[in-house]
Design a protein around this ligand. Structure first.
Ligand SMILES: [Zn+2]
Length: 102
């Protein structure tokens, strides 16, 4: 079982991009408020996000990454994203089931 910190840190890139559902965003922001470590991680993501160049300049800035490597990285990213979303869905489902059984 993952700790809340691991879940939040998995979700941070999506959260920072605004790509999570409102309930998930609330879960992350609530945790970040009370957890200094995750707050620092969030700051790091925000900073990296601001530094991220657009795609045109990214190709110029990183010519060492081959097309195959880039595809691989993208696959890992989408896999991580799907896993995070599945995990959150699972949590929400479990939470709902628990509320229904009360
Ligand atoms: Zn934390």
């Amino acid at each position: 079982m993952k700790s809340p910190c691991e879940i939040v840190q998995d979700l941070l890139p999506l959260y920072v991009d605004g790509a999570v559902k409102p309930e998930t965003a609330e879960f992350v922001s609530r945790h970040v408020k009370q957890c200094g470590h995750c707050r620092a991680e969030k700051q790091t993501y925000l900073r990296n996000r601001n530094w991220r160049p657009d795609y045109g300049s990214l190709e110029e800035a990183a010519p060492s990454v081959s097309e195959g490597e880039e595809k691989f990285i993208r696959q890992i990213r989408s896999w991580k994203r799907r896993l995070a979303l599945a995990f959150v869905g699972f949590l929400t489902l479990g939470y709902t089931a628990m509320r229904l059984l009360e």
